[in-house]
Design a protein around this ligand. Structure first.
Ligand code: GLA
Length: 379
């Protein structure tokens, strides 16, 4: 499969965990369309762990849990496809999934054929109970080959949490995206940890194989399966903007059937999504500055010749100090040009700067400013 830009969709795990069923997934597919998420670019509806029966059938095939999914997976596939969306499911490279359901070890081709028969478009493939004596990359190569053998185009989202140096082999085994971190939970502290851990690891992340810092927590407000105190709207915006500046897959984790208007606006923010989905998928420069742990600043080349600038305040106090010094990305005011800078949130022109780009307003604690800048001749 050729995946050109970071995959976008929804996944059941963050909010629903094991509490999933056919009705829920159908309502989610409907909500993807009615709330404008589909039009904003989200396409995959992914059922995570806990979808299957606890044991295989007499032929050794996986079976959907008959109580949760009484009509089976193909029925859901048809429902999802009829809405112009794609269908994702979850599996695991060990004998059991993380929640204890059957995994695909030694059933790879059989399960890949089952997924293809059920018209699955996306497989998230986890790492629990994997055989410790076998190098992890071989298990992921094995499932990729099995999926390929089915003849169906199935996106492979591998999920081994960055263990065994995933980024050094993910591209080689045919993964379309690779989890580089342990699980996210609904807390700004965790967002900050994942960001700091991965922000310098994006250089191999690009078309056909994307670094994946885990699913979005935007709009969860402290509820659901990965509840951990929750965040406010400022923090969710910062989380979303960080993921977009780093061209991360955008997999929504909240209950989109009942999301707030603020959440809907954030998740469909065209200016931020355009930065995430930029065709060149260039990782940003993490600009050196005096306060990298408080005000990390990113500068990203975009394919239309403009630049995205993210000034983040991950400290716990409001600030007027966050800024991008052009000298810190290698430019000099003597060069004769300046940046004309717009605020992506308001769309307004902030000004022209030839030495230091200021965000134009105080950045609240855990907030950010994302700017679009155009290089112009001075004066
Ligand atoms: C692991 C993964 C999560 C989720 C759960 C399901 O923890 O990292 O994203 O899929 O398993 O059990």
């Amino acid at each position: 499969m050729t995946v050109k830009t970071p995959p976008m969709g929804w996944n059941s795990w963050n909010t629903f965990g094991e509490n999933i069923n056919e009705q829920l997934i159908m309502e989610i597919a409907d909500a993807m369309v009615s709330t404008g998420l589909k039009d904003a670019g989200y396409e995959y509806v992914v059922i995570d762990d806990c979808w299957s029966a606890k044991s295989r059938d007499e032929n050794g095939d996986l079976v959907a849990d008959p109580v949760k999914f009484p009509h089976g997976l193909k029925y859901l596939a048809d429902y999802i496809h009829a809405r112009g969306l794609k269908f994702g499911i979850y599996g695991c490279c060990g004998p059991r999934t993380c929640a204890g359901y059957p995994g695909s070890l030694d059933h790879e081709l059989q399960d890949a054929l089952f997924f293809a028969r059920n018209e699955i478009d996306f497989l998230k493939y986890d790492w629990c109970t994997y055989p410790r004596a076998v190098p992890g990359w071989t298990l992921y190569n094995r499932i990729r080959m099995a999926l390929n053998a089915t003849g169906r185009d199935i996106l492979l989202s591998i999920c081994n949490w960055g263990e065994q140096d995933t980024l050094s082999w993910a591209r080689s085994v045919g993964a379309d995206m690779y989890r580089s971190t342990y699980d996210i939970s609904d807390s700004f502290d965790i967002v900050r940890i994942l960001f700091n851990e991965q922000k310098n690891n994006m250089c191999l992340s690009g078309p056909s194989c994307f670094n994946d810092m885990d699913m979005l927590i935007c709009g969860m407000y402290g509820k659901g399966n990965v509840a951990n105190g929750g965040c406010n709207d400022i923090e969710y915006r910062t989380h979303f903007a960080m993921w977009c500046m780093l061209s991360q897959p955008l997999m929504i984790g909240c209950d989109i059937r009942s999301m707030t208007e603020e959440t809907r606006k954030l998740l469909t923010d065209a200016a931020l999504i355009a930065i995430d989905q930029d065709a060149e998928v260039r990782p940003p420069i993490i600009a050196a500055n005096n306060y990298p742990d408080r005000y990390p600043t990113m500068f990203k080349h975009l394919s239309d010749g403009s630049y995205a600038i993210g000034i983040f305040n991950i400290s716990n106090e409001d600030t007027d100090v966050g800024a991008l010094w052009l000298a810190d990305i290698g430019l000099s005011p003597r060069d004769g040009y300046a940046f004309r800078v717009y605020d992506t949130e308001s769309g307004e022109l902030i000004g022209e700067f030839d030495d230091m780009i200021k965000p134009g307003a105080t950045i609240p604690a855990h907030g950010c400013k994302v700017l679009r800048a155009y290089l112009v001749k001075k004066g």
